[in-house]
Design a binder for this molecule. Structure first.
Ligand SMILES: *[C@@H]1O[C@H](CO)[C@@H](O)[C@H](O)[C@H]1NC(C)=O
Ligand SMILES: *[C@@H]1O[C@H](CO)[C@@H](O)[C@H](O)[C@H]1NC(C)=O
Ligand SMILES: *[C@@H]1O[C@H](CO)[C@@H](O)[C@H](O)[C@H]1NC(C)=O
Ligand SMILES: *[C@@H]1O[C@H](CO)[C@@H](O)[C@H](O)[C@H]1NC(C)=O
Length: 376
């Protein structure tokens, strides 16, 4: 279920248009790098949704060829082109002008669009530097796949490489780099990176990214689920002073409660073996974002337990603050299980059902020094 969320997104990324020639500078004033892979020519363009400037990829790789995706897949979509790598086992993009020791969100997107007219979908690996990042499994022509990693960079450049594993031609649609403050996502450090599994904007039918999220994370809409009732506010939801995730108010303003307060809210995530070491299951990191969106009368109480596989995940019952986000997360990856079942259960004293506003799931991958691979 979770991995499907990543696919259900209408993305405002690729697409032609523009016409202003940009001087070749890899990093914009926000420190962002935004590349439309396979975009011909030298002119970039401003993306209609994010208002961010996307540049062609010629300055980042000298391998591969530009291909246009098939017209039937372009219709109504902002995807137009890809760069395809029919030759070579490993083809890389080099991202420069990064800051040594800084934490970055790096995101690659893959929207096949039947660019080769063959209607067969490849499976290939993405590496960051010398490290396996994830396996990209294209399951349909119009299903974009997102690969995202949060990692500390130990160099001033980093390579993103597409590795042909004998199951079709690797290709890429876009590549984006967003700097993060080092205090964010403390589970990502010099020796461990976080690979995105799911990031859900719960109780909303809109996906959120930049500028609503200054870090340009993509929070994919998860409007409802079995037994859930949406809840929302138009008021701003604040983060705690010690918050280390900075979920934007646009995301935490919506959430769900359970329709029946005596029924928990459930989430299930199956552990998937790491594609690099087929039988090894990676550790998982979860962030659950909860905020009270209703001003409760004094005789009302919303109080609940968060349980993981039937055991209390936090030590105590959870009481939320009005318009203030509480984040529950594990500091160390959890390797304990092949299936993670979260349940949010009202206490017997509670007069109101549990609430949840957003969720992130990552797998943890070791990083033996993600840095420049120097050679080009
Ligand atoms: C972006 O907006 C411009 C102007 O409104 C429009 O002409 C263009 O088609 C849009 N591009 C995409 C990819 O939607
Ligand atoms: C790719 O996805 C298909 C469809 O979900 C699945 O059957 C297949 O096992 C996947 N392959 C790999 C290598 O993950
Ligand atoms: C709420 O759930 C409880 C326990 O499953 C059930 O006994 C009760 O009938 C439900 N109430 C409603 C209104 O559905
Ligand atoms: C429920 O309320 C009773 C009476 O105020 C109290 O003793 C008990 O500790 C409460 N239970 C929880 C789980 O807070």
């Amino acid at each position: 279920m979770a991995s499907r969320w990543l696919l259900l997104l209408l993305l405002g990324v690729a697409g032609g248009g523009g016409g202003v020639l940009q001087v070749h500078a890899q990093v914009d004033s926000l420190g962002f790098i935004s590349i439309d892979c396979g975009l011909p020519g030298e002119a970039g363009y401003m993306d209609n949704i994010t208002k961010l400037w996307y540049t062609p990829d010629a300055g980042y790789t000298d391998a591969g060829t530009n291909r246009n995706i098939s017209p039937e897949y372009q219709a109504g979509k902002s995807w137009r082109n890809v760069r395809s790598f029919p030759a070579g086992a490993r083809n890389c993009y080099t991202l420069r002008s990064l800051v040594f020791g800084l934490k970055y969100l790096i995101r690659a997107m893959f929207m096949h669009g039947n660019y080769d007219g063959l209607k067969t979908w490849p499976i290939f690996d993405v590496h960051i530097g010398v490290n396996y990042w994830q396996t990209v499994n294209i399951t349909d022509g119009d299903m974009p796949v997102i690969a995202e990693i949060i990692t500390v960079i130990s160099g001033e450049s980093v390579q993103v490489c597409l590795v042909n594993t004998g199951s079709g031609t690797p290709f890429i649609s876009s590549l984006e780099v967003r700097p993060l403050k080092n205090k964010l996502y403390p589970q990502s450090d010099a020796s461990q990176a976080l690979v995105l599994v799911a990031r859900a904007n719960i109780g909303s039918d809109k996906s959120i990214r930049y500028p609503d999220d200054p870090h340009d994370r993509i929070w994919i809409e998860l409007p409802t689920g079995y037994g859930w009732a949406p809840i929302s506010t138009t008021k701003k939801v604040q983060n705690d002073v010690n918050d280390v995730f900075e979920a934007p108010s646009a995301v935490t303003q919506t959430g769900v409660t359970s329709i029946n307060s005596s029924r928990p809210i459930f989430f299930t995530q199956d552990a998937q073996p790491n594609g690099n070491a087929k039988d090894l299951v990676p550790g998982y990191v979860f962030m659950m974002y909860m905020a009270e969106l209703q001003l409760l009368p004094s005789n009302a109480l919303r109080q609940f337990y968060v349980k993981l596989n039937g055991k209390l995940w936090n030590a105590k019952t959870l009481g939320l603050k009005y318009l203030k986000t509480t984040v529950m997360y594990n500091e160390k990856p959890d390797y304990a299980s092949h299936q993670y079942i979260f349940s949010l259960e009202a206490t017997t004293n509670s007069t109101l059902p549990p609430i949840v506003n957003a969720l992130e799931i990552f797998s943890a991958v070791p990083t033996a020094g993600i840095s420049t691979a120097a050679q080009e």
